[in-house]
Write a protein that binds this ligand. Structure first.
Ligand code: CP3
Length: 343
C-alpha cells in the first residue's frame, strides 16, 4: 500500500491526515541533545551520517510520525559553495558575506558542491535502508531567496535588510547570487533524490518579506525553476514548497511554483486556506508551534479545528513553523493522538 504522505501528495483526501513536524529532530528532545553532545556541535552532527541518521530516526521511534525529514541544514549549501559557516551558541548561524561581483566570482562551481555534501547523501542512504516501510523520507533545501538572505548578511536578520539593500543597489550581483543558488539547489536536491529521498521540500522561510513583483521574481520564479528541473529528472517525486509568511499571496502558489503541496504557516487561518489554497491542491500545516509549549485543551481544540477545516481535501498535518527548544515532548504526543483520533 502506498505511504499515506505520498497519497496526500498525489491529491487524495484521507479520513485522517498524515502527520510530521518541522524540526521534529531537535533540542526539545533529550535524546537529540545527547547525540548532539556526542557529535560535538551542530555542524559536526550534520556531517556525520551515522549520527545524523540517528537523530532523524529518534522522533520516528518516539512518536511514529508518517514522515522523517533528513537531518541537515539549509546553510550547508552555501558552505559547499565556498562560504565560511559557523554557529554561535544561543545566537545562530554566521557566514562570510557576499556583496560584490568579486565575492560572487570566488564561489565554487556547482559541480564541486558534492565534495562537501557527500555525507548528506550518505545520511539519506542510511535512512532509506532503516526507516520503517510506512514512513516517507523527505529531503530538503532552502529556497534561493532565503539562502541568499543569509549569504548576503552573514547571519539571520529580522527584516532581511541587507538582502533587500543589495537587491536595490547592485541588482546584477543579487540576481547572479539567486541564479547560482538556484542551479546548485537543483543538483543538491537531485542527488538527495538519487540517494533515496521520496519527497523534497523547499523552505522559503523569509518569502514573506518580498512584496509585489519581488515575490514573483524572487520567491515564486526560483522555486518554479527548481521544481521544473526536478520534475524533468525525477517525474515521480513530489515537491512541497513553503513560502512562509506569504499571507494573501499564498493564493495561486501551486500553479505558480508547480509544487505538489504548499506548506502554510500559522499567519493564515485554516478556514481561509481551505477555501483559497487547498482548493488548488494539497496543503500542509498549520498549527502554531506555541501550542507545543503550552499544551492543554487549547492544543486539542486548535488541532481539531485545523483537521476539520482541511477535511474535504488533501492535507498533511504539520506545525506552521519549526518546534522550539522549550516545547514539551508530551504535547507532541497529545497533538498526534488528537489528529489520529479525528477521523
Ligand atoms: O526539520 C528538521 O527536523 C530537519 C532539520 C532542519 C534543521 N534546519 C535542523 C536545525 C531543517 C529542515 C532546517 C531548515 C532551516 N535551517 C531553515 C528553514 C526552516 C525554518 O526554520 O525557517 C533555516 C532558516 C535554517 C537556518 C538555521 N539553522 C538557523 C537560523 C538556525 C539557528 C536557529 C536555531 O533554531 O537554533 C539553525 C540551527 C538548526 N538547524 C538547529 C536544528 C535542529 C538547531 C541547532 C542546534 O542543535 O543547536
Amino acid at each position: 500500500m502506498t505511504k499515506t504522505i505520498l497519497r496526500a501528495l498525489a491529491g487524495e483526501t484521507l479520513p485522517t491526515p498524515p502527520i510530521w513536524m518541522m524540526r521534529q529532530a531537535g533540542r526539545y528532545l533529550p535524546e537529540y541533545r545527547a547525540t548532539r553532545g556526542e557529535a560535538g556541535d551542530f555542524l559536526s552532527l550534520c556531517y556525520n551520517p551515522d549520527l545524523a541518521a540517528e537523530v532523524t530516526l529518534q522522533p520516528i521511534r518516539r512518536y511514529g510520525f508518517d514522515a522523517a525529514i533528513l537531518f541537515a541544514d539549509i546553510l550547508l549549501l552555501p558552505q559547499a559553495l565556498g562560504a565560511d559557516l559557523w554557529f554561535v551558541t544561543g545566537e545562530g548561524p554566521r557566514l562570510s558575506t557576499i556583496t560584490t561581483q568579486a565575492e560572487l566570482d570566488a564561489l565554487k562551481p556547482k559541480s564541486d558542491i558534492h565534495e562537501t555534501l557527500n555525507p548528506i547523501y550518505e545520511t539519506v542512504k542510511i535512512l532509506s535502508a532503516e526507516l520503517p516501510k510506512e514512513t516517507t523520507l523527505i529531503g530538503f533545501a532552502g529556497a534561493p531567496w532565503t539562502v541568499a538572505t543569509y549569504m548576503i548578511a552573514g547571519r539571520g536578520t529580522p527584516d532581511q535588510g541587507p538582502a533587500h539593500a543589495l537587491k536595490a543597489e547592485n541588482r546584477a550581483v543579487f540576481e547572479g547570487l539567486i541564479d547560482i543558488i538556484t542551479d546548485a539547489t537543483i543538483d543538491y536536491l537531485s542527488h538527495q533524490i538519487t540517494a533515496g529521498a521520496e519527497v523534497v521540500k523547499i523552505f522559503d522561510s523569509w518569502a514573506g518579506s518580498l512584496q509585489a513583483q519581488d515575490f514573483v521574481d524572487f520567491a515564486l520564479r526560483p522555486t518554479a525553476k527548481i521544481v521544473l528541473a526536478l520534475k524533468a529528472r525525477h517525474p515521480d517525486i513530489p515537491v512541497i514548497a513553503f513560502p512562509r509568511g506569504a499571507g494573501d499571496k499564498y493564493v495561486g502558489t501551486h500553479a505558480a511554483t508547480g509544487a505538489d503541496c504548499i506548506a502554510l504557516d500559522d499567519g493564515v487561518t485554516a478556514e481561509w486556506a481551505a477555501a483559497n489554497v487547498q482548493s488548488q491542491g494539497c496543503v500542509q500545516g498549520n498549527l502554531a508551534s506555541s501550542h507545543m509549549v503550552t499544551g492543554g485543551q487549547e492544543l486539542i481544540d486548535e488541532t481539531r479545528r485545523i483537521v476539520d477545516a482541511f477535511r474535504n481535501g488533501p492535507h498533511i498535518f504539520n506545525l506552521g513553523h519549526g518546534i522550539t527548544p522549550d516545547a514539551n515532548p508530551d504535547n507532541v504526543a497529545l497533538m498526534i493522538e488528537t489528529v489520529r483520533n479525528s477521523g
